[in-house]
Design a protein around this ligand. Structure first.
Ligand SMILES: [Fe+2]
Length: 279
């Protein structure tokens, strides 16, 4: 294995509108994605792949996907995209004809070999519905894809979290057949991370014995309402994305997820002077 870690960036829930239109009448998702792309391009250690884990646009129509492509054009890194509940499979497939989606019925599943790891992306969207569910073909494709190796670590990406977050109105839309996904993962210990989106805020837990995360959004967050009596709402919190850094080693090595805020911040300042003295 190489010494350099493999870095997978994850951005999620872009909710791109037509030019000049704000999401929910409040949020400039165009400016947010522009800032996010600039932040990815200026990382000191360029990611090997950028995963976009769903909700690329907001109210799926061709104009929104056209605008999305314009905003992604400056991205200097390869990317892989799967749909969320705000996407349309046919429009997304047409917008990104170079994505190697597996021909498993309508679902847009794919796998990318990135150095010593496999990045597996599955489509949890249900046409016309907000909740997530993996269809039979996707579950079979995932099982076969993970069975293709017993040695390569695999990272799994999907839009809908297969676990509850405590935000009731979002949990109602989570992956309905999470048990089916768990059964597949338990058969394949090389799956080392389950990374989702949909909630627009960073979370960390375990699922089927595997580390599981949710990636924040570059624009707006679902408000942290742990009281089910509160009305569903959004909040424009500090934008961010995730970097999943994969280190080689015994037993599939390790994966560390870094939370990366988007923006210009004071620093960096060195800790030490040239003579080694602590400043
Ligand atoms: Fe979203």
């Amino acid at each position: 294995m190489s010494i350099r870690p493999i870095i997978i960036a994850q951005i999620s829930d872009l909710h791109v509108k037509r030019p000049g239109v704000l999401a929910y009448g409040k949020v400039d998702t165009t400016a947010a994605l522009t800032r996010c792309v600039a932040e990815l391009n200026r990382l000191d250690s360029p990611p090997d792949l950028v995963v976009i884990s769903g909700d690329l646009v907001d109210t799926p129509r061709k104009e929104e996907y056209d605008h999305l492509l314009t905003l992604l054009a400056p991205l200097s890194l390869p990317f892989a995209a799967i749909p969320g509940n705000h996407d349309d499979r046919a429009l997304l497939r047409a917008a990104l004809p170079d994505q190697p989606y597996a021909p498993t019925g309508g679902a847009l599943n794919m796998v990318h070999a990135v150095g010593e790891i496999d990045v597996v992306l599955i489509d949890s969207s249900v046409p016309g519905a907000a909740h997530g569910e993996l269809d039979t073909a996707t579950l079979a494709w995932l099982d076969a894809t993970l069975a293709a190796s017993t040695t390569r670590p695999a990272l799994l990406f999907l839009h809908h979290p297969p676990f509850v977050t405590g935000i009731a109105h979002m949990d109602a839309q989570n992956l309905r057949n999470a048990g089916d996904l768990a059964a597949v993962l338990r058969r394949h210990p090389r799956a080392r991370l389950v990374a989702a989106g949909h909630i627009h805020r960073a979370t960390l837990t375990t699922f089927a014995g595997v580390a599981a995360t949710i990636c924040p959004a570059p624009s707006h967050a679902v408000a942290l309402d742990l009281d089910a009596r509160l009305p569903p709402s959004l909040k424009v919190e500090p934008p961010a994305f995730h970097l999943h850094v994969c280190f080689p080693g015994d037993a599939y090595g390790s994966v560390v997820t870094h939370h990366v805020p988007i923006g210009d911040f004071d620093g960096p300042y060195p800790f030490f002077a040239r003579d080694g003295r602590l400043l």
